[in-house]
Each structure stands twice: as structure tokens, then as C-alpha cells.
Design a binder for this molecule. Structure first.
Ligand SMILES: [Zn+2]
Ligand SMILES: [Zn+2]
Length: 257
């Protein structure tokens, strides 16, 4: 399969409570599709405020089993495909230290940044909530830049999740800041396949026009939550066409790990 993704860093497991299918089924589908490297990056567990239980991520005490199970599969399938295990993580300053401590103690392969919230999940708002408030987009961009500066993130998933509908000049100013920081730190930005499939606010044409002007590295990510997401050739083509039309510098991600 020449016209499909070869190196994918973005996939989830049932532990996040909104993905379906076993890790083995995901891996078998990836092999059928000719994927060379398939990485799991499930939503990172978060300590959260007392009494708050997340419905979109694994518990802290599930992280080790998640890691061990995927490492066992990586060993089992090593002659057919490369498998790595990481997390998609928000940069949440109040929890970051505790989360990193857990991750480092278990020994994960990589992190991608998915800034679904720039404060905490329990306080919100979700970054995709439509807003005209320029304080929000500024806070989002500040958080993404801070996160990149930690040096812990391989790339930024759906950097265009922020759903700002205020003045164009504000959007352009803030997202140029984000793109320039990513370019300086050599951190790729993701075209998210689920967003393309489900016609979400991302991938955003106006965002990637800025990324093209700045000259950022761009990578495509499956963001697989189901087996169907791993076999959607049409959707992949649409993402490649999107990148070509905007003259983006697309990388395959083969040298990220
Ligand atoms: Zn998810
Ligand atoms: Zn994801």
C-alpha cells in the first residue's frame, strides 16, 4: 500500500473510554495496511481534583499495564512492524510534574502534545469550544509554546484545535507565534485525520496557511480510535491533498524516534 501512512504516532486504546477495538486488532490492521511503525499514544492519565473522575482518559493506576501490554505486543510483532508506546498529553502546569514523574518511572517511548485543555480538564474549557475571546487564544498559544519548551514532546497533535472566531488579525498573530516557536524548536505540527474525516474545526486551512508561510514541518497522524480509522485510504489522500494544495512541508516522521 504505497498511498498510505507509513509512520503513525497517534492512536488510542479502549482505556480512554472512547476508543474501540483491541491493541492486537489495531496492530493487525496496521500490518495489513503496510504501516511500518505504529505507535500508541493514549490520553495521558491526570491526577485531577478530588472527586473528579475523567471520562476521557485512563486512570493513573492503569498506565503501567498499558505500557506493559503494548511492549509485550511490540516484542511479539517485532518481525512485522515497529510498535512504540507513548502518550498524548495536555500541558497542564498544575499536574505536569506528577504526570511526568509517573511516565518517567514507567519508561515510555515518547509524548505528543494534544492541548485539549490549557488549564485542567475539570476546569475547562475544552480548547475546541467556539470563542471570540482573544485572552483564550493567547492562553492556548502560551501553553503550547511552554509545552514545546519542556523538550518532552515529539510533535503537536491538532495544533489548530483552538476554535477562535474573533478578529482575523488576532488569529494570525497568535498562530504565527505558535508556528514560529515550533519551527525554531524543530517540532512538527500534525494534520489530524479524524478531524478531516469528521469535518471538525481542524485541520484548519487558515492555520496551515500560516504554518506554510513560516515553513513548519508537517506530519499526518491517524488519531486512531477505531480499526476503521487505520484503514481509511480516502481520508489519508484527502490529508495529503490538503497539504499539497497549501504547499506544506510534509514529513513522513521516519526519523522522529
Ligand atoms: Zn481521544
Ligand atoms: Zn488523539
Amino acid at each position: 500500500m504505497d498511498d498510505f501512512i507509513k509512520y503513525n504516532y497517534h492512536a488510542h486504546t479502549e482505556r480512554c473510554q472512547h476508543a474501540y477495538g483491541t491493541e492486537r486488532e489495531f496492530i493487525e490492521a496496521a500490518i495489513r495496511m503496510g504501516i511500518r511503525r505504529f505507535c500508541f499514544s493514549d490520553h495521558v492519565p491526570s491526577p485531577a481534583a478530588p472527586g473528579y473522575v475523567s471520562g476521557i482518559r485512563m486512570r493513573m493506576d492503569e498506565a503501567k499495564e498499558y505500557h506493559d501490554e503494548i511492549k509485550a505486543l511490540a516484542e511479539e510483532y517485532k518481525d512485522r512492524i515497529e510498535i512504540f508506546v507513548g502518550f498524548e498529553m495536555e500541558y497542564t502546569p498544575v499536574y505536569f510534574k506528577e504526570q511526568i514523574k509517573l511516565i518517567d518511572s514507567i519508561g515510555f517511548d515518547f509524548l505528543i502534545l494534544g492541548e485539549h485543555f490549557w488549564t485542567t480538564e475539570e476546569d475547562g474549557p475544552w480548547s475546541g469550544t467556539p470563542t471570540e475571546d482573544e485572552e483564550r487564544i493567547r492562553a492556548y498559544v502560551d501553553a503550547v509554546i511552554e509545552a514545546m519548551k519542556t523538550g518532552r514532546f515529539l510533535y503537536v497533535a491538532h495544533p489548530d484545535i483552538m476554535n477562535y472566531n474573533g478578529q482575523d488579525c488576532v488569529y494570525e498573530w497568535e498562530m504565527t507565534r505558535l508556528c514560529k516557536a515550533a519551527k525554531e524548536m524543530h517540532i512538527p505540527l500534525e494534520i489530524n485525520m479524524i478531524g478531516m474525516k469528521e469535518k471538525k474545526q481542524y485541520p484548519s486551512k487558515r492555520f496551515f496557511q500560516i504554518a506554510a508561510e513560516v515553513g513548519c514541518d508537517i506530519i499526518i497522524g491517524l488519531d486512531a480510535h477505531t480499526i476503521e480509522h487505520i484503514t481509511d485510504v480516502e481520508n489519508y489522500k484527502e490529508c495529503v491533498d490538503f497539504a499539497r494544495r497549501l504547499n506544506l512541508h510534509l514529513i513522513d516522521g521516519s526519523d522522529l524516534l
